[in-house]
Design a protein around this ligand. Structure first.
Ligand code: MG
Length: 271
């Protein structure tokens, strides 16, 4: 099932994305509250056509945990060591935007804005000290994310809070695919294009630390709540690794697609 959050006639709804449009769900709660409730409400008899709605970020997470350098080729392309344990950082929830929204930044803050296409895991129920064997029972679903990164701030700040957390730096969407519809989250292809030129084409099969292990690892440190999100790292092909390096600028259009989930597209604007 593909779940979306969207605006129709100025009101926000949650619905099921299908080929003929969006079947509105019979609820007035947010996606996060819906996930926390443990059940998906029945559909109303209203169907909204896609040209009539604005897709919103499918979810506003309370907590976003992210894993750096979780693909060998990506660690190597930036001359970093392959980590022996997950490199964990956090992204500000205020960085979330949806597909179609604008990624923007102040030029005097950063001039090295880069893309990172990633699979995002959405937690479905409270997880604390969960074993890897049980971990997938705690997954509600999956979405597509762009872990937009200000490389100059990432280098100069040491901590990555600003580099990864600037407003608009975490586009997600277009939908959440429920876990029962993803046969194997480690058999998905991530493709990133910038201005329709392919930059990244990787498989989630190549994650160093797989999702069950990450949930075990993270839930030893933090209580994971329904609707919390884990960014699982990016494959190789980021702009900083290009020769010469390439970065996003005003007018750049960056798309990230994961098969079985969908595609997010965002245009960039320097301020
Ligand atoms: Mg990343």
């Amino acid at each position: 099932m593909k779940l979306v959050s969207y605006l129709a006639d100025g009101t926000s709804y949650v619905g099921i994305l299908g080929e003929d449009g969006i079947q509105r769900l019979d609820t007035d709660v947010s996606m996060r509250d819906l996930i926390a409730s443990g059940e998906i409400p029945s559909a109303s008899d209203v169907t909204d056509t896609l040209d009539h709605v604005t897709l919103l970020p499918p979810l506003m997470p309370e907590k976003i945990l992210a894993i750096g350098r979780n693909y060998v080729e990506h660690a190597r392309e930036l001359n970093n060591e392959v980590p022996s344990q997950p490199l964990v950082f956090a992204v500000m929830p205020s960085a979330i935007i949806g597909t179609g929204d604008t990624i923007e930044w102040e030029n005097d803050l950063t001039e090295q804005v880069d893309w990172e296409g990633e699979l995002a895991v959405i937690i479905g129920k409270t997880a604390r000290r969960v074993s890897a064997d049980d971990a997938l029972d705690y997954v509600f679903g999956y979405t597509v994310a762009n872990d937009v990164s200000a490389r100059d701030l990432q280098s100069s700040d040491k901590q990555w809070v600003r580099a990864k957390g600037l407003d608009t730096f975490c586009p997600i969407g277009p939908c959440i695919v429920t876990a029962d519809d993803i046969a194997n989250p480690h058999d998905l292809t991530i493709v990133t294009t910038v201005d329709q030129v392919e930059k990244q084409n990787g498989s989630t099969a190549n994650m160093i630390f797989k999702i069950p292990f990450l949930i075990e690892y993270l839930s030893r440190a933090f209580t994971l709540n329904p609707g919390d999100m884990i960014l699982t790292g990016t494959p190789s092909g980021v702009g900083k690794a290009m020769k010469p390096p390439q970065f996003l600028t005003t007018g750049s259009v960056v798309s990230i697609e994961i098969d079985g989930i969908g595609k997010i597209t965002n245009t960039c604007q320097e301020l």
